[in-house]
Design a protein around this ligand. Structure first.
Ligand code: IMP
Ligand code: MG
Length: 178
């Protein structure tokens, strides 16, 4: 598995440091509020499970699985929800936790779906963003690292469902996917 990695982009230590900062900020910002952290499976599962242990205020978690229609096209289609939330979100401040903001299509559609359910607020926390690939503007309240336009894996991110268990973020060798 390690042989397939061209370069370690973000080390375990850098990830840990960033999560600690994010967790501290989130704990301050949501103090006294009814926080619901929603992770988008599967990519964000690793990030979320580490992040919530850096948050010191009470919170609840839930999970969603979504896939967008019309990916790669210029029109942003709607989002298909494959696994929905288990609870009514009306009394909650929602924080969506995502692994990587790429085109932004999935996330912007998901925000619309969640907002239509009238929660108190909807904000987004993304570990990574690829600004070069942006098609739709998604406001990021919390952002970990900007990454170049390369295919990255590890720490929850996959290629063909593998590499999620790498403890760092690395660039995949091109020969693996080309
Ligand atoms: P988008 O923002 O709607 O284009 O979709 C973002 C999703 O694409 C992420 O949640 C990842 O699952 C996947 N993705 C985008 N870029 C990468 C990458 O470099 N490595 C692994 N997955 C990626
Ligand atoms: Mg994902």
């Amino acid at each position: 598995m390690l042989n397939d990695i061209k370069e370690v982009l973000i080390s375990e230590q850098q990830l840990n440091q960033k999560l600690s900062e994010m967790g501290k900020q989130i704990s301050e910002d949501y103090k006294g509020k009814n926080l619901l952290v929603i992770s988008i499976l599967k990519g964000a599962a690793v990030f979320m499970s580490d992040l919530i242990r850096h948050i010191t205020i009470p919170l609840q978690i839930d999970f969603m699985v979504a896939s967008s229609y019309g990916k790669g096209s210029t029109t942003s289609g709607s989002v298909k929800i494959i696994k929905d939330l288990d609870i009514d979100v009306r009394d909650y401040e929602i924080l969506i936790v995502e692994d990587i903001l790429d085109s932004g299509i999935t996330l912007s559609n998901l925000i619309k779906v969640l907002q239509s359910r009238n929660p108190k607020s909807v904000k987004v926390c993304a570990l990574l963003s690829k600004p070069s690939r942006k098609q739709v503007e998604v406001p990021l309240e919390y952002e970990g690292f900007e990454v170049p336009d390369e295919f990255v894996v590890g720490y929850g991110l996959d290629y063909a469902e593998y590499y999620r268990n790498l403890p760092f973020i690395g660039i995949l060798k091109e020969e693996i996917y080309s």
